[in-house]
Write a protein that binds this ligand. Sequence first.
Ligand code: NAD
Length: 503
Amino acid sequence: MVSSHELTSLKHETQQSIYLYINGEFISAAGGATFANINPFTNEQINLVSEGQKTDIDKAVSAARDAFEHGPWKTMKLSKRLSYIYRIADLIDEEVERIAYLEALDTGLPISQTRKMASRASENFRFYARMVESRLVGDVYQVDDEFVNYTIHAPVGVAGLITPWNAPFMLETWKIAPALATGNTVVLKPAELSPLTANILAEIIHKADLPKGVFNVVHGRGEIAGDALVKHPDVQLISFTGETTTGSTIIKNSADTLKSCSMELGGKSPIIVFEDADFERALDACVWGIFSFNGERCTANSRLFVQESIKDKFINALKVRVSNIKVGDPLDDQTEVGPLIDQGHFNKVKGYIDIAKEEGTEIISGKIPTEFSKGNFVPPTLILNAHNDMQVAKDEIFGPVLIVMSFKDEEEVISLANNTDYGLAGYVWTNNIKRGHRVAHKIDAGMLWVNAQNVRDLRTPFGGTKYSGIGREGGHYSFDFYTEHKIIHVSIADHHIQQFGKL
Ligand code: NAD
């Protein structure tokens, strides 16, 4: 918990401008450009942020390239490189309360939830240090008694990392940790709507004393700074998390420079509750899965399919939960749902609720205390009597809005669940173990949970199918993206070589 003295200093700190971090220095953007960072709870300015331009990206990439080619990072002893990674984790742990506070202030996510994400962020670094030590191994291929061929993992070069605002610190570290631990250098372009904790990360990495240029942060607009990073010829790979449409633009824009892209995109994930499910646990998971992180969560279970026989009972229980959810100040430890990230997103989410009304659904909403009228609050909302081909059941709303539908039997629900453009996650609740596995196998998504809420195991692959993404990160899967598999062929005998042109 933050003491009152620390709170005063944090309030003062947040009013300070934020700068780019390039080649080991905090510097202003070219021409002194800045943009205002807005508090979603008050819609007042928090502070000013240096707005990176193409020239700033050029500078950051050049520093990262130089550090990759000539710096000690990729060639130093592994134990030394990983000691930096462990040091970053330790420094994050020392700053968990500050990070949790600033992330809640910047994004509107409740502080009880940002605190957990800050702790997970340090684990991202420790986990990848351990993974590189234990699992970054090659293969050996013996070919008769003529060759021994083997693979090694080589770092790729400069990694361009582009991240969203919905869980910024955790998602940034999720990419930075494997990129750095495997020997790449990094240019991070954080989301312009949530720059505060990316700045802390730069401070932490500065304090950890990484060689200059290994890690760089360029704040700025996606269409300017992000675009320049995507098109830069000296950037070898782009790891992107964000909207599906942005992902598609990035793939097109990176084509001329043939980048490797990892895409973690949107979702419209089903939660399926069969009549034999553990009712209370399914209810807890369903409510948490859509209303935590203010519903601004890629893996949110935003489409509920409940079996007809328990539909009324489940909906009644949902209504009670929704009316009791504590909506409020993100900095209050008791708050369960805070304000949405900005007014544009607030209008988008409200717009979807209006569309649902016009489409003839019934809307059930929780309460927003009147004193919070300045914030971007959308109450926890249930959309009842919906069906799968309504716009609200098709589009990713990315807010605290649950679309409620029912089904008769297993066959029908599999077809309904798969009738979507997205394929990120899915949740199945049933006490019939065979059915649990069977349905999970048939849902077209990258990640399925059976009788569980979204609990991550860092060793497992993370990613989606269809419009939810391309590729997998997480565990050793990240090595396929952040390293090149090089094959070395070694002759151990005099194999036959054809003698062209020999007289
Ligand atoms: P967004 O696509 O608007 O922005 C994400 C990032 O891309 C930002 O840093 C932005 O500045 C940058 N960007 C925008 N246009 C760009 C361009 N033309 N070139 C390069 N960069 C550009 O996404 P958002 O609104 O910040 O985040 C919400 C979305 O992220 C939701 O769709 C959510 O589902 C998705 N998301 C997915 C995952 C996942 O792992 N699958 C995780 C979290 C969030």
